[in-house]
Design a protein around this ligand. Structure first.
Ligand SMILES: *[C@@H]1O[C@H](CO)[C@@H](O)[C@H](O)[C@H]1NC(C)=O
Ligand SMILES: *[C@@H]1O[C@H](CO)[C@@H](O)[C@H](O)[C@H]1NC(C)=O
Ligand SMILES: *[C@@H]1O[C@H](CO)[C@@H](O)[C@H](O)[C@H]1NC(C)=O
Ligand SMILES: *[C@@H]1O[C@H](CO)[C@@H](O)[C@H](O)[C@H]1NC(C)=O
Ligand SMILES: *[C@@H]1O[C@H](CO)[C@@H](O)[C@H](O)[C@H]1NC(C)=O
Length: 426
């Protein structure tokens, strides 16, 4: 088994000597853990994950790659929910896109809503909580667990309120709002605002592994009208020992979110404390330098800022970072047919280091950047893989999703606010 190396280093030195651990006094007290489970049927499919990320952030691809003729896309098991649903027609991303419209939630976590267990996606890139519910038509709810407000003694409708969350132009959820008791791993909020969509886009309907979203960004981007509502994390924070949520999203599929405490046994070495700019509602921080492998540090000019997003699978970086990275991968090309960077699966992938804040550098190991097989080279029969690091197409933000977060122990800290990053314990 490959040993995953991830590091947080001081940027000025750019060396990863073991730094002493400033142990903070251990606080005993209430903390709440919830498992993050990998879907058993999950098949990673890079092009779909990339399209989903573009759609969520309203990114319209403007840079197209090379036309590759000797490429045969991988055959995916067709998505089985209602075969009748029409697969969207091929778009600019070509042959591969028609293969799957399966949504790309790899990890889900159990959440109790009004006493009903719902498996949901945690999303630090949005701020609405919403659930599949009985007001949706049968076509949308097929294969989903559905929240029934009538069966909850604690549910209250929020008269006159509505929510409308649009992730780009192809995925959305709209409808009314209510409040109910939400319990995540034992952390409980009694009057959590919950969107009860009457309509969801096909992409959500088809993702039967997830029955809604728990938005964990800042409530300044909550979409409830006429009055914005707080997120679960903001509501529960005053009851916690420390107003933190930690994420340990291990690459082997089993991970954990924990509310209320920073478990010192989950990381090693220093924890970097990075200040967050939440003026856009995101867990956003400066990320203005990068290095490929052991190469020199280079400036990121196009978008020197990034967000930490558990709801996005890939790591989207400035175009110059993606280009510089894949220059170091043998046989890598930016290919129209896949909508992103592809390379022969046996090519070695270097690590990618990115600045987090102005004083620290985080290293994502190359093994985590090898995202998924995407096809075959018809000339030589080689397998072709899709990279977990892709271009953000020049949009103003870099989106550091699971590919980045899986290599770290991450603390979402409302004090500051700030983000703690450390290497996970071995
Ligand atoms: C899918 O779309 C095609 C053409 O747009 C149509 O002919 C076909 O009936 C549709 N299939 C289903 C199952 O809706
Ligand atoms: C939701 O918002 C989108 C984009 O802002 C808008 O186009 C759409 O009409 C809205 N839908 C409802 C039901 O309000
Ligand atoms: C990349 O992943 C694919 C499967 O997804 C695997 O076959 C291949 O060996 C991996 N490449 C490297 C260099 O580890
Ligand atoms: C396929 O293999 C041929 C011969 O090795 C190579 O020239 C070509 O660039 C490869 N194509 C892709 C998409 O990797
Ligand atoms: C990080 O720094 C902020 C001040 O900017 C502080 O409030 C917070 O407690 C620190 N977080 C940790 C985990 O030390």
């Amino acid at each position: 088994m490959q040993f995953l190396q991830s590091f947080i280093c001081l940027l000025v030195f750019f060396t990863c000597s073991a730094l002493s651990v400033p142990t903070r006094p251990q606080r005993k007290g209430r903390s709440f853990k919830v498992g993050r489970i990998r879907r058993s049927d999950y098949v990673p499919f890079g092009p779909a994950a990339l399209r989903k990320a573009y759609s969520k952030y309203g990114i319209t691809p403007t840079q197209f790659g090379l036309d590759i003729l000797d490429f045969e896309p991988i055959k995916l098991k067709p998505f089985d929910s209602e075969a009748s649903r029409n697969v969207s027609e091929p778009d600019q991303t070509g042959a591969v896109s028609a293969q799957s419209v399966q949504d790309d939630a790899e990890f889900v976590s159990p959440v109790m809503v009004g006493g009903q267990m719902m498996v949901m996606n945690f999303d630090t890139g949005s701020s609405d909580m919403w659930v599949f519910n009985t007001q949706l038509d049968e076509r949308s709810t097929q294969g989903h667990t559905v929240f029934d407000p009538a069966k909850s003694a604690t549910f209250q409708p929020m008269e006159g309120a509505s929510f409308n969350i649009t992730y780009g132009d192809s995925s959305f959820a709209v409808g009314g709002v209510g409040t109910d008791t939400v319990n995540i791993g034992g952390a409980t909020v009694t009057r959590q605002a919950i969107g009860l969509p009457t309509q969801v886009s096909q992409s959500f309907a088809e993702d039967t592994a997830s029955n809604g979203l728990v938005g964990l960004a800042f409530s300044s981007i909550n979409t409830i009208q006429p009055q914005r509502q707080k997120t679960f994390f903001e509501n529960v924070a005053p009851d916690l020992d420390e107003p933190v949520m930690t994420a340990l999203l291990k690459s082997d599929g089993v991970g954990e979110y924990e509310f209320g405490t920073i478990d010192q046994s989950k990381f090693r070495g220093r924890m970097a404390n990075i200040s967050i700019d939440n003026s856009n509602g995101f867990w956003q921080f400066e990320s203005a330098q990068f290095a490929v492998g052991r190469g020199p540090l280079q400036r990121i000019r196009a978008a020197p800022t990034a967000i930490a997003d558990t709801g996005t699978t890939l790591m989207l970086v400035s175009p110059e970072v993606a280009a510089a990275y894949y220059e170091q991968v043998e046989g890598a090309v930016f290919a129209n047919v896949a909508g992103g960077f592809i390379y022969p699966c046996d090519s070695a992938l270097p690590d990618l280091s990115v600045a987090v804040g102005n004083a620290n550098l985080a290293t994502v190991p190359g093994s985590l950047i090898n995202f998924s097989e995407v096809g075959t080279n018809t000339t030589n029969g080689q397998k072709i893989c899709f990279g977990g690091v892709q271009s953000n197409q020049g949009s103003g933000l870099q989106i550091y999703g699971d590919v980045f977060l899986k290599s770290m122990f991450v603390v979402f800290d409302q004090r500051g606010p700030s983000l703690g990053l450390a290497s996970p314990a071995r």
